[in-house]
Ligand binder design. Sequence first.
Ligand code: MLT
Length: 284
Amino acid sequence: MKDFENSFSLDVNDHKVSYTDEGKYGAPVIIFIHGFPLNKSMWNLQLESLMNYCRIITYDIRGFGNSDAGNEEFTIKLFAKDLISLMDALKIDQTILCGLSMGGYIALNAIENYADRFSALILSDTTCKADTTEAKEKRMKAIENITNNGVEKYAEDSIKNFFTPKFVKGKTEEVALVREMILKSSPRSLCNTLVALSERKQTCTRLSDIKVPVLIMVGKEDIITPPAEGQSMHEKIKTSALKIIESAGHLSNIENSEEFNYQLRRFVELVPQKSILPVQIGPE
Ligand code: MLT
């Protein structure tokens, strides 16, 4: 997996955000939002595949990768506001938005509150539902574990849930990169985000308000947000298509990047051309 070192930083919404801005000038813009507890590097395989067709922005959510945590209490709503502030700073009026898992929670919050800023959505391995009581309890246990035992054990447990056992065994390089991303996160950011995830509101009841094209993708073997979650969102969003990604677990963009990228590219080609913006690559 190629590493995209060419990142920039900007001060937005009272914190420093680290982002990459790659691809074709004047082409459709796609902003990618990573999952928990990863960072923008999780999209490197999509960058590689799409940069000749689109302008691609990936960024680190506050507290992850190279972005500062800032001083505010983490919430999904704050993360969505950070995204809009980044778009404002980059003078992007409207974009295609792609979020995986936590990135999807943020994307759904963002489209609920700032609908006119998005021309299309890609929701990957995610759900519109809030945490159940059981899921909230699991998050509190995870906080206890991270506090008492550090991030290493948490990273190993996460990897088992992110990929199929076959992939963990065979694709050591990809798995090592994901482990590295998790280990880069501070215990404080992990714990604060676990609280934010457990307190997030459901977005299911507003899905029928979404009027832009939506591509829902989910790994067939995703055990965190299984295909049924994607199916249920698909039934509520009239403008959506659902693609089940074969031979992939939760991080379907990594485990079957070929199929994921193929579906993504086909979808982006079909999105109305209004998303093409005459914008300059890189910061002002
Ligand atoms: C993610 O991949 O972002 C997480 O699995 C989301 C979650 O824990 O709900």
